[in-house]
Write a protein that binds this ligand. Structure first.
Ligand code: FMN
Length: 384
């Protein structure tokens, strides 16, 4: 049995266990993947200041995101088709998050439905991520379903009304369930654990969509479906409609620019997420950690600023916190963990990130995550 010591171990295991098209779907960015890589590598350039002679007893990573208590400033990011990394993936990840005391965000494009996740996690509040569709009636009903399921925040994604091109998905003919082509069958034969899991569940389609949208019996390819169903006209004016229909905490996801952040404040949203969709949309955009400081500077005192993109360790969480993020999200770190080991994998990933965060904070001479600021970073090594 492999000893799992860091997130990379989980990625390596996931690559072995998850069918190629779904592993590739997670481990890819758009076009050259430059922004995808920069999300991770820009964290490495930021240096921490080690301090000594400070009492490190009684440390705490507990804080709040949008007024909700969290065991550490980390939430699970919404990711599509999570139930294809592992059978019933969304339910398992939501359970692990609940046990750890951090928020889980369910994607519109999940395999397990809103109702499934609510039922199987004992109606523990989770967050729901919305993509606005051309069919406003369907979007409205999705919002109502999230409300009925007791979701405690709505995350509206603004950066994927059109789909960035990821070469691997096109080559692999990404679809759910996988089409029975020769290449897929040969690949599936090498993933017995995954196949057994899938045979044991009925959840193999987009659970929030199938049975809820008239005329959609077959999704074809993900890229075609997105092009035909997602609403490219989404504009700032639509946010009021979403806010009124929802009536609860609202988080806007996918901002990269300080000018947009200033507009976002005017919508009355509770938080924004600085994000480039994990480098999957506009390749050539800056990494999220690079974009964060200017946005915090512009609006940090008016709205809660969160970030995601490239977080693979607790040190990354610490650096984002130091640069003003009140919360962070993990996408791939969770997906790899789930693909590798199911629910226990996600628990393991959260434990690893928490330990790295706690120890690094202590090495920097701080004992309370709420008091972490730029003072723990080496001047000149971080973006401003
Ligand atoms: C496989 C995959 C699927 C994703 N699906 C969605 C989605 O359905 N909705 C959404 O808002 N973001 C989606 N994202 C973006 C994530 O929410 C998040 O912004 C990104 O994964 C953060 O970067 P990281 O993976 O480096 O942590 C997806 C990301 C990945 C990797």
């Amino acid at each position: 049995m492999t000893v799992i010591t860091h997130i990379e171990d989980l990625r390596v295991l996931a690559e072995k266990r998850v069918p190629r098209m779904f592993y590739d779907y997670a481990d890819s960015g758009s076009w050259t993947e430059g922004t995808y890589r920069a999300n991770e590598s820009d964290f490495q350039k930021i240096l921490l200041r080690q301090r000594v002679g400070i009492n490190m007893d009684g440390r705490s990573t507990a804080t709040e995101m949008i007024g909700q208590k969290v065991a550490m400033p980390v939430a699970i990011a919404p990711t599509g088709m999570t139930g294809m990394q592992h059978a019933d993936g969304e339910i398992l990840a939501a359970r692990a998050a609940k046990k750890f005391g951090i928020p889980f965000t369910l994607s519109t494009m999940s395999i397990c439905s809103i109702e499934d996740v609510a039922k199987e996690t004992g109606n523990h509040p989770f967050w729901f991520q919305l993509y606005l569709m051309r069919d406003r009636d369907f979007s409205g009903r999705l919002i109502d379903r999230a409300k009925a399921a007791g979701c405690s925040a709505l995350v509206l994604t603004l950066d994927l009304q059109i789909l960035g091109q990821r070469h691997k998905d096109l080559r692999n003919g990404l679809s759910t369930p996988p089409k029975p082509t020769l290449a897929n069958i040969i690949n599936l034969m090498t993933k017995p654990r995954w196949c057994l899991g899938m045979l044991g569940t009925q959840r193999r389609q987009f659970g929030n969509i199938f049975g809820h949208v008239k005329g959609i019996e077959n999704m074809g390819s993900l890229s075609e479906w997105t092009a035909s169903q997602f609403d490219p006209r989404l504009s700032w004016a639509d946010i009021e409609w979403v806010r009124n229909r929802w009536g609860g905490k609202l988080i806007l996801k996918g901002l990269q620019d300080a000018e947009d952040a200033v507009i976002a404040v005017k919508t009355g949203a509770d938080a924004i997420i600085v994000s480039n969709h994990g480098g999957r949309q506009l390749d050539g955009a800056p990494s999220s950690i690079h974009a964060l400081p200017a946005i915090v500077d512009a609006v940090g005192d008016k709205i809660e600023v969160h970030m995601d993109g490239g977080i693979r360790s607790g040190q990354d969480v610490l650096k984002a916190t130091a640069l003003g993020a009140k919360g962070t999200y993990i996408g791939r770190a969770m997906l790899y963990a789930l693909g590798a080991m199911g629910e226990s994998g996600v628990t393991k990933a959260l434990e690893i990130i928490h330990k790295e965060l706690d120890l690094s904070m202590a090495f920097c001479g701080r004992t309370d995550i709420n008091k972490v600021d730029k003072g723990i970073l080496l001047p000149g090594s971080y973006p401003v």
